[in-house]
Design a protein around this ligand. Structure first.
Ligand code: ADP
Length: 606
């Protein structure tokens, strides 16, 4: 995808640059053509002026006109003969100079005195600007439109002097083959380019004085647009530069190079359609688009192939890996591709097979361990049970030995007998503990709805009066076996009393909610436990306090076994000489549906 974007991006950059270069090249071309044409037009105009001056310098018309002016007015016949004479001279002149179509001689009032065109006799030209200019001694050239034929002629107008006195005006209508061939030369202007020469007719109108590429014969008039000036309008306002993207009078965007001929006040425009200039770049643009689309299609096909060859198998592998992680080790991949993905699939299948083997091995080990645990616990139960009665007998005999031989026993003998009784009692306690521990694996009566407060009260009854058990808050009813609950709490309470040196022993039972879980606690004001024993005290036969009759390291192991049997956790927090707090959870001893109200109350209170 990125590759395709780079191709398209680079392509468009290239297109943009090419477009700029094309515009620059076309602009330069138009500018140089325009300048060349301006010089040619100026030289044609100069030639026309020379022709006019040449005619003016041939004095015979001037002399006749003078004579006509002086004598013709006196006698009509004389006047007519002068006019005839002038006409003959003019006719000769039109034959001498090919481009001269018609020549009129006007008197100082602008009225035709003589003309090669007999229909123009007595025509009043005085309203024409070029005549007025000529009467003010200015030679000028002006396009003259023949409305009958729609043809345009250039009219050369100039004053006629005789002995430095103005006698009238000479008007020469000339054809403009030079200008026509100049503007009709489209070399370097492609299919749409052309050169046009325009002249203002009024404030809002202009006309082309030569044929255009689209209209080779007819006179053309242009309504000037002041808001969006056409190129000819820009040229007529004297702007001599290149304009890009301007609208010409055919409503086409063109690049136009404008020039102004000051002598004749003509605007010269060399222009070409933008469309033609940019057509190669447009082709380039479409080529880039085609290449880009092609690249995208190829990329799409390649990604489809890659998807089917790599992504799809990888998705399959990850789906199977997910199933395997959820415990479904039997899942196998069916990918037969011979590439890296195929290798990965094979390794994955191998891995799941060895996982299955490892799991089976583990399960058989666990079963083996369970079996040996069960037989060990059965053995412990049987041994401790069987040891209990001979031990009781030994204790009885020791008691009897003490009471019956009290008088004869020495001080050392009495002490040893006491020591023996203490050791037997300790052994008895240990055996009792092992029995209790082993009994936990026996089938217990099913769990029942239990109010922990009643269990606590019942246990508390057997303690001395200096033991005070507080219940800090409401405890939820639990679905738990009563014997087990008693065993759990009793062991914790016994320790709280046993490892306590205070006169008044304070035990507090309570619970709180933490992250939606009920955490129970039993705290005391006893001797406390060093932090390094926080974990080990839960191991069987692990004691921290100096061993006495009552300490055998089984109590907390039983508590841990019960808590974990209900899927919970147990831990301790303690400060030496201040007290200890045992925390535990009982997740599977949660209230069932019927206890929901109870737990609701509990939640609200905690
Ligand atoms: P026993 O009490 O028979 O030694 P336990 O498994 O109940 O065995 O306790 C293990 C050890 O943990 C005890 O020897 C004692 O040192 C320490 N212990 C247990 N409970 C407390 C307590 N509440 N305060 C101080 N120490 C305690």
């Amino acid at each position: 995808m990125v590759g395709a974007c780079i191709i398209i991006g680079t392509g468009f950059l290239y297109y943009y640059n090419a477009r700029q270069i094309m515009l620059l090249a076309a602009g330069n071309q138009l500018e140089s053509l325009s300048s060349a044409k301006k010089h040619r037009i100026e030289s044609i105009v100069n030639k026309k002026y020379e022709e006019l001056r040449l005619v003016q310098s041939r004095l015979f018309e001037a002399e006749h006109l003078y004579q006509y002016n002086v004598f013709g007015k006196l006698n009509e016949n004389v006047g007519r003969s002068y006019r005839k004479l002038i006409k003959q001279k003019l006719q000769k002149l039109t034959k001498d100079i090919e481009s001269f179509k018609t020549i009129h001689i006007l008197n100082k009032d602008g009225i035709v005195v003589a003309s090669t065109d007999s229909s123009a006799a007595n025509f009043n030209f005085s309203y024409f600007e070029f005549v007025q200019k000529a009467l003010k001694s200015n030679n000028n050239i002006y396009p003259l439109i023949d409305y009958k034929t729609d043809n345009i002629y250039l009219c050369l107008a100039g004053p006629i002097y005789y002995h430095n006195k103005l006698q009238g005006v000479i008007l020469i209508e000339t054809t403009t083959p030079d200008l026509v061939s100049l503007t009709g030369d489209y070399t370097g202007l492609g299919n749409t380019g052309e050169t046009i020469i325009g002249q203002l007719i009024s404030d809002t109108l202009a006309c082309y004085i030569t044929p255009t590429r689209s209209n080779t014969t007819k006179f053309q008039q242009i309504v000037l647009n002041k808001k969006n000036p056409q190129p000819v309008f820009l040229a007529l306002t004297g702007q001599e530069k290149l304009f890009l993207d301007v609208m010409d009078n055919h409503q086409k965007k063109v690049a136009a190079s404008c020039r102004f001929i000051a002598d004749t006040e003509w605007g010269v425009v060399t222009k070409i359609d933008m469309e033609e200039i940019l057509s190669p770049s447009e082709e380039l643009k479409w080529m880039i688009i085609r290449i880009g689309v092609g690249a995208l299609v190829i990329l799409f096909i390649v990604s489809l192939i890659l998807a089917s060859r790599i992504v799809k198998p990888i998705n399959e592998i990850s789906a199977v890996a997910r199933r395997v992680s959820q415990g479904d080790l039997a899942m196998q991949l069916e990918i037969n591709s011979k590439n890296e993905v195929g290798d990965l699939a094979q390794s994955f299948n191998k891995m799941t097979k060895s996982l299955i083997a490892a799991q089976e091995n583990l399960e058989s080990k666990i079963k083996e361990l369970d079996r040996s645990n069960v037989s060990l616990e059965k053995f412990a139960f049987v041994v401790s049970h069987d040891l209990k009665s001979p031990l009781n007998s030994v204790l009885g005999i020791a008691e009897l030995l003490g009471t019956e031989n009290m008088a004869t026993l020495t001080k050392d003998g009495t002490y040893m007998l006491q020591l023996m009784r203490a050791k037997i009692n300790h052994l008895k306690g240990m055996i009792g503990g092992i029995l209790d521990f082993a009994r936990l694996n026996q089938q217990l009566p099913t769990d029942e709805l239990l109010d922990l407060r009643s269990v606590i009260d019942r246990i508390g009854e057997s303690y001395a009066s200096n033991v005070c058990i507080n219940i800090s808050n409401e405890l939820p009813f639990l679905q738990i076996n009563t014997v087990v609950a008693e065993q759990l709490l009793q062991n914790l309470f016994n320790n709280a009393i046993k490892y306590n040196k205070r006169d008044k022993i304070e035990i507090t039972v309570g619970s709180h909610l933490c992250d939606g879980e009920v955490i129970y606690f039993v705290s005391d004001n006893g001797i406390g436990i060093a932090e390094k024993y926080f974990t080990s005290i839960f191991n069987i036969f692990q004691t921290v306090a100096p061993k006495g009759n009552d300490s055998n390291g089984i109590g907390l192991a039983i508590v841990k076994k019960i808590v974990e049997g209900y899927g919970g956790r147990i831990w301790v927090n303690s400060v030496l000489n201040e007290g200890s707090t045992f925390y535990f959870t009982l997740p599977s001893a949660q209230p069932n549906d019927s206890l929901k109200n109870n737990i609701k109350d509990f939640m609200q209170k905690t």
